[in-house]
Write a protein that binds this ligand. Structure first.
Ligand code: NAI
Ligand SMILES: O=C(O)/C=C\C(=O)CC(=O)O
Length: 389
């Protein structure tokens, strides 16, 4: 075994109903005097709960998904005008993304209180959108110094958003298994993330007020983000990055829709990764409830089994199925293919071509259930077996 792994340092405070206590404790530990809270108008009630034991100098609610550059500039100006020394962001990945944009140029530390499963709180990845192009980068200044997880703040997340966001987290895990810096540590975190999400998400759909299900999903979302930050962006993230940044498709729903097509495309060329995905999905579905786990067919190829289990989980969850439902059109495919092909990581297990990426997008546009046998979807292997490289 030979690999190099970097572990990112941040404090994680997990506990239902304890956000206010944990945020106040972190603000005191950091010696904060001037706190800026970044949250959207809609998320502000969650922020008021999380910051009820801390003094907030500035509330900033101008939050837009995919962080347009002008939104970032306004937040940076507001932070420096007010002499801010700590940002507390409360909300989904969009609020965390804006906090990161401020931290990137000012170095102001962030305490993140996530209320979705996007996972931005546990990565050192930032994203900014300008001229219909989303740029991402990696910088340790944007990694929140602390993350406060409080599942009570996620109880209000509607089932459809919980499912889309939870599948965004699942996509972090799956893509981590063949991403450029995949290694045994981030692969282990990713596999446990898949198991936890496959356990927690069906329980949320069955009962959105199931706090234990919400906690399991949050735990899975954290592992997903840590594995993604460590392993880097694989093909799935490159595709969704183009769809979100250039065509302004909604983030979580796009990830949720595209994931099975990428698994169908890469799985046959990465049997080791596919077997791991299948094992973790089976274990998670089994603990969510016997009715959720489909029978195991002897002799099934790992990629086929992984995809069958993912399709089954998606049916249980009522996951989004077609990119056309999110504003993508046939006319967008050529530009999307051109942009995606420029970004495909050399580590990708299946070889991407204009034809097969176009086929993948066309299937995802229509929402045809993917199978590993689809001639259009299956990429030619590049020799990667999903293990340590
Ligand atoms: N840098 C990174 O590592 C990552 C960044 N992201 C970024 O995060 C953004 C997407 O984040 P998401 O969380 O998917 O979407 P989001 O932050 O835009 O939230 C989606 C919707 O859910 C609402 N919401 C949030 N929490 C809620 C709650 N508890 N109850 C009810 N409604 C709630 C929000 O107000 C919003 O309307 C994208 O810009 C994406 O690029 C996502 C993952 C990782
Ligand atoms: O695509 C993702 O889920 C992960 C990373 C980002 O979204 C980065 C960003 O654009 O903020």
């Amino acid at each position: 075994m030979k690999f190099e792994h970097i572990t990112l340092g941040q404090r994680v405070l997990f506990g239902a109903g304890r956000a206010a206590e944990h945020v106040a404790r972190e603000a005191a530990r950091l010696g904060a005097r001037n706190i800026m809270c970044i949250t959207s108008e809609f998320e502000r009630p969650f922020a008021e709960t999380a910051l009820s034991l801390a003094d907030v100098a500035l509330w900033h609610t101008d939050v837009v998904q995919h962080v347009p550059a002008e939104t970032a500039e306004r937040a940076r100006t507001a932070a420096s005008d007010a002499g801010i020394d700590l940002i507390v962001c409360v909300g989904g990945g969009s609020t965390t993304g804006l906090a990161k944009a401020v931290a990137l140029t000012t170095g102001i530390p962030i305490v993140a209180v996530p209320t979705t499963y996007a996972g931005s709180e546990a990565t050192n990845v930032w994203g900014l959108t300008e001229n219909a192009t989303k740029t991402t980068g990696v910088d340790d200044r944007v990694l929140p110094v602390a993350v406060v997880y409080d599942a009570e703040l996620t109880l209000s997340l509607p089932v459809s958003l919980s499912v889309a966001s939870g599948l965004n987290a699942l996509a972090h895990c799956v893509d981590s298994l063949w991403a450029p810096r995949a290694d045994p540590i981030n692969q282990a975190l990713a596999a446990e993330g898949i198991r936890a999400l496959a356990d927690g998400l069906p329980r949320i759909v069955a009962d959105p007020s199931d706090l234990a299900g919400r906690e399991t999903a949050l735990y899975g979302a954290y592992l997903a983000a840590v594995s993604f930050a460590s392993a880097g962006s694989g093909l799935h993230h490159k595709i969704c990055h183009v769809l979100g940044g250039t065509f302004n498709l909604p983030h979580a729903e796009t990830h949720a829709t595209v994931l099975p097509y990428v698994l169908a495309f890469n799985g046959p060329a990465a049997p080791g990764a596919a077997a791991r995905i299948a094992g973790a999905l089976r274990a998670g579905l089994a603990s969510a409830g016997p009715a959720n786990a489909p029978a195991q067919e002897p002799g099934t190829e790992p990629a086929e089994e992984a995809l069958a289990l993912l399709n089954s989980l998606r049916r249980t969850l009522g996951a989004p199925t077609a990119l056309r439902d999110h504003g993508f059109t046939e006319a967008d495919i050529p530009e999307a293919v051109e942009r995606i092909l420029k970004a495909v990581p050399p580590s990708n297990p299946a070889e991407a071509t204009a034809e097969n990426i176009g086929g993948l997008l066309r299937s995802a546009l229509a929402g045809t259930e993917p199978t590993t046998g689809s001639a259009v979807l299956v990429g030619a292997g590049t020799g990667f077996n999903g293990g340590t490289k």
